[in-house]
Ligand binder design. Structure first.
Ligand SMILES: [Zn+2]
Ligand SMILES: [Zn+2]
Length: 273
């Protein structure tokens, strides 16, 4: 029996005879269900429709694994490589043998995780392929739509590998996280943020949302909590959830300036005429 894949968000559901009536992730106010109704697919159906893994080196020690053409929300995974093992972040809903081989060549996986439940995607498949732990923030673990024994929950911060730390920021989801990679950007430090901090198209600002598709903003206190969570860390670059945009440099300053501007708008203090 196939693993069922929600066609809208890419999350996986258990391999039962038929899929559930609705996807709980998409029925939530942060996501959406097509006006024509819930749609399900399978990995085999996606492969037959021509989807393939799209593997690209992103920077030294960072491998990207997306899907072409993209599936569902369209995020691409990132694999942080260290001398003591690798971490997979934000897997899309589709994976194939080519992706698994690429990660094998890169040294396999110690753990798999994601910024938030919209991007859990094929996380359980990846865990099974490499016998890797599934690291989920305790606050969001109930959103994993395909329960698995390899789940280990955490909260606050978690040192996963040398120089690689998961940081719970909250905001978009209570367990929304970023991954800090101290060795990234030639040692200047990198944040992988998914939807926790959004890089905007000009690659010179960031923003925050409670719901991206429904255009609902994040309250000021949540924005401040995100800022406080990452303040202790050194970083110069931010990778969001997609191949582009990327905030390549000056990320700490840009984050603060963008948050200040965002809060001006929330408070009605920005001049908009
Ligand atoms: Zn869904
Ligand atoms: Zn999201």
């Amino acid at each position: 029996m196939p693993v069922w894949v929600c066609a809208t968000c890419g999350n996986h559901y258990p391999d039962q005879g038929s899929p559930p009536g609705q996807c709980v992730i998409c029925a939530d106010e942060r996501q959406w269900v097509p006006s024509s109704g819930q749609r399900w697919t399978t990995l085999a159906e996606l492969a037959a429709a021509g989807h393939r893994s799209d593997i690209r080196p992103v920077e030294p020690g960072l491998l990207g694994i997306g899907v072409a053409p993209p599936v569902a929300i369209g995020q691409r995974a990132l694999v942080i490589q260290t001398a003591e093992g690798n971490l997979l972040w934000d897997p899309p809903g589709f994976l194939d043998e080519q992706a698994i081989q690429a990660v094998k060549t890169a040294g396999g996986l110690r753990a798999v995780t994601a910024s938030h439940p919209h991007f859990y995607g094929s996380i359980v498949e990846w865990s099974h392929a490499f016998d890797a732990e599934i690291l989920l923030p305790r606050a969001d673990a109930r959103w994993l739509t395909r329960p698995d024994r390899a789940v280990r929950t955490w909260s606050g911060t978690l040192a996963v590998l040398p120089g690689v730390t998961l940081i719970q920021c909250g905001g978009h989801f209570p367990g929304s996280a970023v991954a800090h990679w101290a060795g990234g950007a030639d040692g200047e430090g990198v944040l992988l943020t998914g939807d926790t901090i959004f890089v905007t198209p000009g690659e010179d600002r960031v923003t925050f949302v409670w719901s991206a598709p429904n255009r609902l903003p994040l309250p000021e206190r949540a924005v401040r909590t995100v800022l406080e969570a990452v303040r202790p860390y050194r970083f110069d670059r931010i990778y969001g959830g997609w191949w582009q945009p990327v905030l390549r440099t000056g990320a700490r300053e840009v984050l603060q300036a963008s948050a200040d501007r965002y809060i001006q708008f929330l408070r009605g203090e920005a001049a908009v005429d």
